[in-house]
Ligand binder design. Sequence first.
Ligand code: HPA
Length: 234
Amino acid sequence: MSTHIGAAKGDIAESILLPGDPLRAKYIAEKFFDNPIQFNNVRGMLGYTGTYKGKRVSTMGTGMGIPSISIYVTELLKEYGCKNLVRVGTCGGLLPEIGLKDIILAQGACTDNAFLNIFPGHYAPIANFDLLRTAHDLACQRNIKTYVGLVKSSDMFYYENVPGSEYWTQYGVIGVEMEAAALYTIAAKYKARALAICSVSDSAFIDHELTALERERNLDNMLTLALDTVLAID
Ligand code: HPA
């Protein structure tokens, strides 16, 4: 047991998929795992371990935003020895050519959250190259429209009229989400691999929304991409 995860040591696999939504973790386990066993329900943050194509894999929700994911990821790394952490989430697209359902592989993540202020300079959180390269290769093989680049892990979802916010896109940020910067930074501390795979759910340049069926199909493409990525990593 750790403070926020009610699992015994050994209950959680070295590779774990991390959606924000705990019910999405349940969906992943039920749809893609053989013999899933629930290892956590503390605060409703569901977590499961099962096998995928014969490999032991886990999934657990992280909640939304940097404070929430930081708690779970720290405990997964420190108390349970996780080695490969793949966030599977959504993001907003910040380039006109990025469409809904496209995938952004977050090569790096900047943030307006204060936790990087622990550094005496400006730390640059980056994805693990093995995970990034593997996910990119698989996405290309599957003809999934994929962008690799910098995301911003924002502390605000409803982001209006913040002075200077145009700088993010001017300096190459292609997507906005709320967790990757913390995932990458904490994984680096514990010498683990991390990657955020984000499906584009909205865009400042697009005014229509995805249908429920489109969302589900798209989600499944991202989830199998993430699962096959960790399968290909030792
Ligand atoms: N902002 C932050 N997080 C998000 C967004 C967004 O626009 N879309 C999906 N996740």
